[in-house]
Structures are given as C-alpha cells and as structure tokens.
Design a protein around this ligand. Structure first.
Ligand SMILES: [Zn+2]
Length: 473
C-alpha cells in the first residue's frame, strides 16, 4: 500500500496587511529530519509505504502571496506525479488559507491533486477546527477529520486519526460516504474554546455519534471568522458507510452548535485595554495575565501593534512584563548598544501600518538572547519589561520567559499577544483578562469590513432563522 504525505497549512486573516510569503513557510520534504518529528506515528502502520511529497506550514498571517501558493502547489503536484500509482494521499492541512486573488484555496489544491492521482486514490485530510470548509472541499476529499480541542492539544492525535481512517478504508476497500451541514455561524476562536461551555459540551458530543463503520468519524468546524470568503462558517461533517446514520449525526451536531450560538463567550472578563490594566493593578494575587487579543499573531494578527504597550506606558504599572513586539531593527540596536545600555527607540508599528504606529520608548537593555534565527532582547522602561523579538513570536511556554531571565510567577502583570491562554500560561495565571484591543483580529467582528462572506450568518444577522440541511456526497 502506497500513501503520499503532503499539505499546506496556514490560517489567513483577510484584514492583515502583512502578506504570507514563500519564505514564511517551513517546508518539510521526504528524508528531512522534520518529517519523522511531524509524523512519528507512521511506522506503526505496518505494510504501508509512506512517501513525503512536501508539507508546508506557516504561522497564521495575512493572505498568502499567489506566487508562493503556486510554487508550493506545483512542487506537491510534481512529487505526487512522480509517485504514481498511489493508493492514498494524506493531507496535513489547516483549512483556513486565503490566497491573494483566489477563493477557496484548499478546494483548488484538492481539485488539482485529484486530477493527478485519479478517482480511485483516496484523499484524507486532517484539519484545524478553525478551517473553513466548502462544497468543493467535501467533493474532493474522501476523509476529513478535525481537531476536537481548542487550545489544540490533539493536533498529533488528529493527524494520526486521518491516517488511520485512510489505511482502514484502503485495507477494506471502503470509500466512505460524507454528510456535510453548513452552519451559518461565524464566531472567533476566543469564544469557542473547548475548555468551557458551551464549546466543551458541543465537542464532547462528537464521540457519541461515532459507532465504528456506519459512522466512522465526525467533525465540527468552528471555522475561521477573519477570512472574508463565501465559505466562511462553522459546519458539521460525518463520514461512514451508512448515509442515513451520517446524515443524522451531522445534523444533530450542527443543531446543537446552532442552538448554543448565543451562549459562546470569552470564558474570562473581556474588557478594554485600560479596564484590563486597572483591574489587574487592583489584584493582589499574581501573576495576572492579560491577552492583547486584537493583534494575536497565532490567530493571524500581525503582532507589532503598539496600542496596548502605549496605554501601559501611560499608566505606568509598577511591575508588568509585555510579551512581545517583533522589531528586527530595534532588537539589533539594543544588541549593538549592549547589556545595561540606555537606549531611546521607536518600536513596533512598522508591519501593521493599518492599526498601529511606531512607539517611542526609553529604556535599559536588561537581557540579550542571541539566538540564531530569532534574537530577542528585554528592555526595561520603568516598571515595564518589554520583550522584543526579531520575528513574529507567540509566548505560549514558561520556558520562553525563563530564557529571557524572567520568572513569570515573580511578576504582577504579564501581558501576552495571544487570545485564550495556552495551557502552560493558564496553569500559572492566578487571574486572567482578555483585552479587546485593536488589530487585524479584532474581536468586534460585526464591525469589520466584510465583502464576501455568505449572508445571512450569525452574529452578523442576529435574528435569522435556520434549519439544518444535509448535503450528501
Ligand atoms: Zn486553530
């Protein structure tokens, strides 16, 4: 049995001015050490020959440049062509890529792959639950399965499940039927985490719908709300051998999601930047975490919007750590000035010129981390410690702070450019707030200048009626 492994995974924010370029993708080819790291489970499938045909992954950002997409797509197609005949293709995807000048990029990729590998070959994809699914995607994929957790602690498990389902179907000669229910709801990931209700219960209901062969797998996609495309929405999918059973499963999951649409919320107090800072300052327990959510780079924000930092500098809290601002020039200037030097800089606001401007800061270089690909510095301005990085960086792990000489538990307020807290941060936080800050992934979605999304859609059309409609493939 011969299976090719490939994919393009990124999440593209229509409102980000920072395009995703070819050099922003991490490319993994057959034989690269990264291949075994990404897919450690492949050796468990005895008797299957897996061939890497190129996997490309990029941090969420603005729309992918057309040439970058075409270059990656062509290499995948050439490699698949050279590997023919293939029994199956495993696609390691995200599902919310936008390509400049194109709509439904994943659908375009699958159609092109199908034209190369033929009708008999089975295509199986793993998705982030923030992927947007179109009818064309459903038409070309034989198997699609998505994460069931946000924060995504089941990414590896989901990849393995997509391969396991593929191998199972190939061994038994099954081409699964697919039921697809689009749910006209677009909500941000910060409200639909599976760590609290109703997200938790909605996702827990998936397992009960899967019964082996009749319903082999089921998926709920929250979708990615900052994609301005017709396909943007949540959906429910079920695959298996029994059309009636998969229809009932997809319909039931979709109905539950719809019924809870108005109940999804942030899980923590979500306030203006100033209100978050004031509340945090009044807290005795420490550390207090504040998410600077509007510019969260892991959701597609640019990451160098200075609004939060500007307000913090104005309010002068006695002990705040800010993680982080990407500014390659400022990092270089601090490194050149040297440890302990006093510097006067303008930082950030150079990449996201739509939502920000460079911010003048005076401070002392307190720590230098001369890491090869992403040098970082810690700049101390009064009670504020500003982490500056060379490339766009999300601080999800305690170790990232320790590497800069910061023990998070020893500080009062830690502000991070993310949305919901990553598990390690949540474990440290005595209290947390979500700041409704400006940026490309602004949480005030109904105010964004959408042009293409399908309407009606909740919450844009808050009073709309809906009943599930199953599309069978
Ligand atoms: Zn996601």
């Amino acid at each position: 049995m011969k299976i090719a492994v490939c994919g393009i995974a990124t999440e593209s924010c229509a409102f980000s001015p920072l395009p995703t370029r070819l050099e922003d993708f991490r490319l993994t080819r057959a034989g690269d050490p990264g291949f075994a790291e990404l897919y450690p489970f492949l050796p468990r499938f005895a008797g299957v020959e897996f061939s890497g045909a190129l996997t490309a992954k990029a941090m969420p950002g603005g729309p992918v440049e057309a040439l970058a997409y075409q270059t990656i797509k062509e290499e995948i197609l050439d490699n698949l062509d050279s590997l023919l005949p293939l029994d199956g293709v495993y696609l390691d995807m995200h599902g919310a890529m936008m390509v400049s000048g194109m709509e439904d990029a994943e659908g375009d990729l699958y159609a092109a792959i199908r034209a190369i590998v033929g009708r008999q070959c089975l295509l199986s994809a793993s998705y982030d639950l923030h992927g947007n699914v179109s009818e064309r995607v459903m038409e070309h994929l034989d198997i699609i399965t998505g994460y069931r957790t946000a924060p995504h602690i089941d990414a590896g498990e989901t990849r393995e499940r997509a391969v396991r389902l593929l191998v199972h179907c190939l061994r038994r000669g099954i081409r699964p039927r697919k039921a697809f229910v689009k749910i006209p709801v677009g909500l941000p990931g910060e409200k639909t985490s599976t760590e609290w209700e109703p997200g938790r219960g909605v996702y827990q209901a998936i397992a009960a719908e899967i019964d082996g062969e009749r319903v082999m797998d089921a998926t709920i996609q929250v979708g990615y709300v900052w994609a301005d495309e017709r396909r943007m929405s949540a959906c429910a999918i079920a695959i298996g051998r029994d059309s009636a059973a998969i229809s009932a499963a997809a319909q039931s999951l979709a109905q539950r999601y719809w019924d809870h649409r108005a109940d999804f919320g942030f899980g923590v107090d979500a306030l203006s930047v100033d209100d978050c800072l004031e509340r945090a300052l009044a807290e005795d327990a420490a550390p207090v975490f504040i998410s600077d959510s509007g510019d969260n780079p892991t959701a597609g924000g640019v990451g160098d919007v200075t609004y939060f930092l500007k307000r913090a500098l104005a309010l002068q809290p006695p002990d705040l750590v800010y993680a982080s601002i990407p500014d390659a020039d400022a990092v270089k200037r601090c490194i050149n000035a040297g440890l302990g030097a006093d510097v006067e800089l303008e930082i950030g606001g150079m990449l996201d010129t739509l939502h920000s401007r460079p911010l003048p800061v005076r401070g002392r270089v307190q720590f230098i981390r001369s890491e090869e690909t992403n040098p970082q510095v810690l700049l101390r301005a009064g009670g504020i410690r500003i982490i500056m990085t060379t490339t766009r960086t999300a601080f999800h792990h305690r170790q990232q702070f320790l590497d800069l000489g910061i023990k998070p538990e020893a500080h009062h307020i830690i502000a991070v450019k993310i949305g919901y807290l990553a598990p390690e941060l949540k474990a440290m936080a005595r209290r947390s707030y979500l700041a409704l800050s400006p940026g490309a992934v602004n949480q005030d979605i109904v105010s964004l200048p959408y042009k293409r999304i399908s309407r009606p859609c909740y919450p844009f059309d808050a009073d709309m009626d809906w009943a599930p409609h199953v599309q069978l493939y």
